[in-house]
Structure formats: C-alpha cells, structure tokens
Write a protein that binds this ligand. Structure first.
Ligand SMILES: Cc1ncc(COP(=O)(O)O)c(C=O)c1O
Length: 344
C-alpha cells in the first residue's frame, strides 16, 4: 500500500480496473468463515458450480466517496446488505450478516483508498459485493458452498459535462416475470436485458424502458435504473410493483423530495398512456444518481417531458441534494453515511 497510482480521474469510465485488495469469505458446512483481504483477483471454482449453470448468484453495487476534508465515506451500505440478503433468500443462498457485509465494504474501501478520487472530480470508488454458489454439482439444486467477495474499481463521473437528458424507448421484451426474480439483484435479470438494451442502442436510445410483465401498461424499470416523474402539480411519483428492483437511490430521493424539498410523494402505478401527467421524469440509480429522461418513445411517438437538452428544475434540485449528501457537502439524514477513518 501507499504506492502512488496514476489515474486520470477525468478520463475514467465505468470499466474494470484491478485494484490492490478484495475481500473473500467462504460458506462451508453451514457457516461463513472469518473472511480476509486478498491480493489475487482470480477465483478458482469447480466447473460444476451452480453459479455457472443455474445462475445461483447475486450481487450489489455501491460507492465510496471522497469528502472535501479528505475523508472517505460509504452511502447507506446497510441498505445494500438488506437487499443482498433479500436476493439470497429468493435463490436459497445463505445470508450475510449485515455487520459482516458492511465491514467487508469498509475494509475493501480502506485498503484501496488510493483509488478513491479527489473530491470535486465526481469520480468515485465503485464497490461490487457478490455471492456465488460453488462446488461440485450437476443437478438443479442449491450449492453446498458459497463465496462472498467484495471488490472495487475506480469509476468516472457519469456525466462529464453536466447533467444532461437522454431518450428511452419502450421495450417489447420483459426483464422479469410477474412473480419471478425482478425484485432480486441476480445475474439472470441482467443477462435477459442485454438483447433489449442492444436493440435500443442500435436505434439511438440510451436504453429501454420495461413495462409490467403481466399487462404491459405500466412503467417498471428504465434499463438498470428506477423511474420517477414529477407531476405538473409538483408531486414525486415512482412506480410500485413486486417485479421492480427496489433502488436505494430511489428511496433516498423519495425521502429527500419529502423531507428536504417539502414535496408530496407517491409510490403507485404509472401508466404508460398517462405519462403526460409528468412535467419532468428521470431514471435513478447508484451509477448516475439521476439521468434526466428527455423523452420516451412509445408506439412510434416520442413524448418529450421537460426538454431533450436541459435538466428540469426539480430534477436538478433532487440531483444536487443527493449528490451533495453522497460527497459530504450536504447534511445527511441520520444513519445514511458510514465514515471510513484510519481507525475504522
Ligand atoms: C435493475 C436495476 N434497477 C434499479 C437500480 C438502481 O438501484 P440503486 O439505486 O440501488 O443503485 C439498479 C442498480 O443497482 C438496477 O440494476
């Protein structure tokens, strides 16, 4: 440790970059071992591992941010721990104690602190915890051994030249089945999204929007992000459905809209043929915080919300507040921030 790394923070995208340390813990004979930091970024697993064949794996994504005072901090890792455990229950995988999850993220961030960009660059350290079912197996059944790993990569700011809207198209594909795994962060959902994403990119859209799988009338997900709209009478509205991945960013924005901006908030059905009720719309998630939605193409027509080139005023306020909290410039609600100091 202590080596000087040479990264142009402004040129960083969202790509794998090998950092120095990752955390590994193994579940065997009914319990997790103590876990440790290791330098090797290769995993050696049985060719029969259920993660490889039957998708018995799940993951999370969160970030470590550098504050103005030079300290680094995590944003709501307890929420990622809870969501990972929800995914584990859905796939019959052993849960990770919340403290073990948070401790692993803290250890990885601290051990790779040189990769956390200076404050003001907008770059962050992306942390990727995951669990895979491993071991000799061929039948469709849960694994008998599991690996919990947390690694990290420095990533650039999502918006390099300021927050700008992009357009999305409605997909004919579904990302999740009505009582399937849509609310769990499991790899299979993302494998299923590759083709619809590519189709929308080929047509010049940033990504596609998935409607509810049962009726195809309600907005569910915006690519790998949740949807929100600001109604013409200034309410923050976001879809409610059991097949949406519960976005930590979305629930943070719901809180900010209500408690910081004094707005009314609603989690409810959002019908695609009623999107004219919104003055502004956005996609939210850890990667970008908020991606303003310029317009949505549905049945060959593009519906534009606020503007195709400029972010709307409410979306901007929401973005600035949450971004400020994450980087330590705006006071966070109690319990949202885990500060990583040299003795943590
Ligand atoms: C399908 C999907 N929806 C929503 C989100 C946003 O969730 P979060 O705000 O917790 O990053 C993500 C990213 O994790 C995602 O993959």
């Amino acid at each position: 440790m202590g080596k000087n790394i040479n990264i142009d923070w402004n040129e960083l995208g969202f790509d794998y970059i090998k950092t120095d340390f990752r955390y590994i813990s193994v579940w065997k004979d009914g319990s997790w071992d103590d876990g440790k930091l290791v330098e090797d970024n290769m995993l050696t697993i049985s060719e029969g591992s259920p993660a490889l064949h039957y998708g018995q794996q799940c993951f999370e994504g969160l970030k470590c941010y550098r504050r103005k005072d030079g300290k680094i901090q995590l944003f709501r890792p307890d929420q990622n721990a809870k969501r990972l455990n929800n995914s584990c229950r859905r796939l019959l995988m052993p849960e990770i104690p919340e403290e073990k999850f948070i401790s692993a993220c803290v250890q990885v961030a601290k051990a790779n602190e040189e990769y956390v960009a200076p404050h003001g660059t907008g770059a962050t350290l992306y942390i990727r915890p995951f669990i895979i079912g491993v071991g000799d197996n061929i039948g469709v059944k849960p694994a008998e051994e599991y690996i919990f790993c947390v690694f990290c990569c420095p990533v650039g700011p999502y918006f390099k030249g300021g927050v700008t809207p992009v357009n999305f198209m409605i997909s004919d594909y579904d990302r999740a089945a009505p009582y399937g795994t849509g609310a769990a962060k499991v790899g299979g959902n993302y494998a299923a999204s590759l083709l619809p994403h590519e189709n929308s990119a080929k047509r010049g859209f940033a990504d596609c929007i998935y409607l509810d799988p049962a009726t195809h009338t309600k907005i569910e997900e915006v690519g790998a992000a949740n949807f929100f709209g600001i109604t013409k009478d200034n309410k923050f509205v976001t879809p409610k459905s059991p097949s949406i991945l519960p976005s930590i960013t979305k629930y943070s924005l719901l809180y900010i809209a209500k408690e910081y901006l004094g707005m009314q908030v609603e989690e409810r059905d959002v019908y695609i043929d009623k999107i004219y009720e919104f003055a502004e719309a956005g996609a939210c998630g850890t990667a970008a915080v908020i991606t303003p939605i310029g317009g949505i193409e549905y049945k060959d027509k593009l519906h534009v919300f606020y503007s195709e080139t400029e972010v709307g005023p409410v979306t901007k306020k929401l973005y600035d507040t949450l971004y400020g909290i994450q980087f330590g410039d705006v006071k966070a609600p109690q319990g949202w921030i885990i500060e990583i100091s040299s003795d943590s």
